[in-house]
Ligand binder design. Structure first.
Ligand SMILES: [Zn+2]
Length: 138
């Protein structure tokens, strides 16, 4: 199972947004400002907006993807590949797979992926949307 095979399972950013949005909704979104739990989804901003005070909570807020401008596709495919297939994949290899110009953001992403404690949770959740049964790849 090559990295590319994982990568292509995430067809585009919209699909990744939907996956992450759905994970967030299942967790429940709590407004940081007023603690309200009811939100509108602002599609153009990729954010939840509090129905009471209009405070916005971004999709990446509270995840390891926060503060990253890399596509969600990079993140989700790398999290899955790292945890299911190959823990020793290098940032250089990933950079080549993505065809990304700069090494540093990819290195930083991989470093964060190595350190996340919520990896199992993510994999479990992502697997609800995209079939990732290791055995089916052999
Ligand atoms: Zn609020």
């Amino acid at each position: 199972m090559k990295f590319y095979d994982f990568y292509k399972r995430f067809p585009n950013e919209s699909v990744c947004v939907l996956i992450l949005k759905s994970i967030k909704e299942q967790e429940g979104i709590v407004c940081k400002k007023c603690k309200n739990v009811e939100h509108y989804w602002k599609k153009d901003k990729n954010s939840f907006e509090c129905k009471r005070c209009n405070f916005r909570t971004s999709l990446k807020s509270g995840t390891i993807m926060e503060n990253s401008n890399l596509p969600l596709k990079y993140w989700l495919s790398s999290i899955m590949f790292f945890n299911i297939m190959e823990k020793n994949i290098s940032a250089l290899k990933l950079q080549k797979e993505f065809g990304h110009k700069r090494y540093e953001p990819i290195w930083l992403m991989l470093k964060k992926i190595r350190n996340i404690s919520e990896a199992d949770y993510f994999i479990y959740k992502i697997s609800d949307y995209i079939a990732f049964d290791k055995n089916s790849f052999d």
